[in-house]
Write a protein that binds this ligand. Structure first.
Ligand SMILES: CC(C)NC(=O)[C@H]1CCC[C@H]1Nc1nc(Nc2ccc(C(=O)N(C)C3CCN(C)CC3)cc2)ncc1C(F)(F)F
Length: 282
């Protein structure tokens, strides 16, 4: 309705919350588990960003875009941003609390995930990415560090710092990991939402193998070269179905990458999808 669209989110302030335990450190500040003082007592994650750090790193446009994008998204596998407010020194993001925490911590603890767990996560990622692309949002930074787990173990994309409205070819300072970059971004070319298809392939590989496919611990340039060559070696323990999906996503030519609709009905995904889901269930 028009009113909900024009009505600003109610003004929140720090004293509206009881501050609970710290959940960890984000990029530009700390994250706390908090609860609203007034009924109903909502549990949230409050991400505190220091304005000074944002200005110094010249990422204010990126933060503004992150807030604008994430605030308008509604999907079970996308972490909700309920609102934000600021005081003289900090910006506060009111985010959905993810009950089982950070996926990358579970991945590093376990080393790698089973085929079943990996397949369930990739099914949810493909669903979330289809939703994002339907809104012309490219994520561009899909990797385990940006994923959280909800109270029932469901996957949640938790960070939109690098997302853009398609198509994008903003020069990006390659500060983060290169491992997830597709050839077209490594070569600084124009890119579109198919960069997320490539990253989904890298993520599938990393879940099953425990490290990204083109990683070269010695040098970034070596990693660039391996990406540009699509120098892909899949270990023998990876099942033929998983191997098939990974190789159909990690194609040099973005147009040849398996569309997300095909990912959702790939044998490796269908095999582990719970019978109860209404999705395409026959
Ligand atoms: C995607 C983005 C890049 N990542 C982040 O923002 C990170 C930066 C710091 C935390 C996380 N941000 C969030 N974390 C949660 N939930 C959560 C986190 C950690 C634990 C946990 O395992 N411990 C406290 C454990 C408990 C056991 N002890 C031993 C270690 C810490 C449990 C629940 N919900 C929402 C957020 C969000 F995103 F809204 F801020």
């Amino acid at each position: 309705s028009s009113t909900s669209r024009t009505r600003p989110t109610r003004e929140w302030k720090l004293t509206d919350f009881d501050i609970g335990r710290p959940l960890g450190k984000g990029k530009f500040g700390r994250v706390y588990m908090v609860r609203t003082k007034c009924e109903p007592n909502y549990i949230l994650a409050l991400k505190c960003l220091y304005k000074s750090e944002i200005v110094q790193s010249r990422v204010e446009k990126q933060i503004r875009r992150e807030i604008e994008i994430q605030q308008n998204l509604r999907h079970p596998n996308v972490l909700r941003l309920y609102g934000y407010f600021h005081d003289e020194k900090r910006i506060f993001l009111m985010l959905e609390f993810a009950g089982q925490g950070e996926l990358y911590k579970q991945l590093s603890k376990k080393g790698s995930f089973s085929e079943r767990r990996s397949s369930r996560y990739i099914d949810q990622m493909a669903d979330a990415l289809q939703y994002l692309h339907s809104k012309h949002v490219i994520h561009r930074d899909i990797k385990p560090e940006n994923l959280l787990l909800g109270i029932n173990g469901e996957l949640k994309i938790g960070d939109f710092g690098w997302s853009v409205h398609a198509p994008g070819n903003r020069r990006m300072t390659l500060c983060g990991t290169l491992d997830y970059l597709p050839p077209e971004m490594v070569e600084g070319k124009e890119h579109n939402e198919k960069v997320d298809y490539w990253a989904l392939g890298v993520l599938t590989y990393e879940f099953l193998v425990g490290c990204p496919p083109f990683e070269d611990k010695n040098s970034a340039n070596a990693t660039y070269r391996r990406i540009a060559k699509v120098d892909l070696k899949i270990p023998p323990h990876v099942s033929p179905d998983a191997r098939d999906l990974i190789s159909k996503l990690l194609k040099y030519n973005p147009e040849e990458r398996l569309p997300l609709s095909e990912v959702a009905r790939h044998p490796w995904i269908l095999k582990y999808r719970p019978k109860s889901t209404s999705k395409g269930g026959s």
